[in-house]
Design a binder for this molecule. Structure first.
Ligand SMILES: Nc1ncnc2c1ncn2[C@@H]1O[C@H](COP(=O)(O)OP(=O)(O)O)[C@@H](O)[C@H]1O
Ligand SMILES: [Mg+2]
Length: 261
């Protein structure tokens, strides 16, 4: 990965959808700058435009106003520079773990030998050594998300985007994968954006937490997390930052946050 790669700049981003003939403003005046190697969490209730924002960053949609710049260049279409992981793992059931991960290298210039090497390294990175030839149906939900993360990273993208990746997992698996994601992020030094409705997850992982509000989706506040990694959930400092983020939500909104997506 090139030095200093992965600066993301979003300027005056606005997005509308057409719903039953009328325009629906989904994102309004989003401004966000993310430094190379930074981990940013985005938290907000369902419907405030988090997934839409990620889709614009990954280049899945191009109909918007404003600018999305990666390393100073406008994002146009999807690219191997941007890896994304969704809540559902989206693995192909007819491909083994290693072949699912190798899909991330489909358009890569690497030789066959280099591709095999990259797949091996990323299986090790996500802690799945020994499961190279397993089928998706043989994996737990947490293991399947590890495969999805390996597939997103195998091409060494400049930025990793995660859309509620642990939302469907049980609490213990989720806590474990949060730790794993932190380890992987520290090992790879990759710019990462995590969308979540779990405030604790957002604070545990993020260098800053972007709090969004709905109708239309806007940035309400950006809360810095001035804590060294890895974080200690039981520390009073951790509780203080978590409280600061929660304070951005009203009681009704806080209840909505707790609901599954
Ligand atoms: N393709 C689409 N067409 C019309 N409206 C959409 C479309 N995708 C999302 N929306 C609307 O945009 C808003 C934000 O959606 P989304 O980005 O999925 O929010 P979040 O991920 O925060 O739950 C919602 O009101 C949703 O109904
Ligand atoms: Mg969403």
């Amino acid at each position: 990965m090139a030095n200093n790669a992965g600066t993301l700049e979003i300027r005056q981003l606005n997005k509308q959808y057409e719903v039953e003939g009328a325009p629906l403003q989904v994102l309004r005046d989003i401004n966000l700058r993310i430094e190379p190697g930074e981990f940013v969490s985005i938290v907000g209730t369902s419907g405030c435009g988090k997934s839409t924002l990620l889709r614009l960053i990954v280049g899945l949609e191009q109909d918007y106003q404003g600018e999305v710049l990666l390393d100073g260049r406008r994002v146009v279409g999807t690219s191997l520079d941007r890896g994304i992981v969704f809540q559902e793992h989206r693995l192909f059931p007819w491909l083994t773990v290693q072949d699912n991960i190798a899909l991330g290298l489909l358009n890569s210039d690497l030789t066959e030998g280099q591709k095999r090497q990259a797949v091996r390294e990323h299986i090790a990175l996500v802690g799945l050594k020994g499961f190279e030839s397993a089928w998706p149906h043989q994996l737990s939900g947490g293991m399947a998300q590890r495969v999805a993360i390996a597939r997103a990273l195998v091409n060494r993208p400049e930025i990793l985007l995660l859309d509620e990746p642990f939302g469907a997992l049980d609490a213990i698996t989720r806590a474990h994968l949060q730790q794993e994601l932190q380890r992987i992020w520290q090992a790879e030094g990759i710019t990462t954006i995590l969308v979540t409705h779990d405030v604790e997850e957002a604070v545990f992982l993020g260098d800053k937490v972007v709090v969004m509000e709905p109708r239309p989706g806007r940035v309400r506040r950006i809360v810095p997390v001035p804590l060294a990694h890895p974080r200690e959930r039981a520390s009073s400092e951790f509780a203080r930052v978590k409280q600061e983020v929660l304070a951005q939500f009203g009681a009704r909104e806080e209840a909505l946050l707790a609901e599954p997506a």
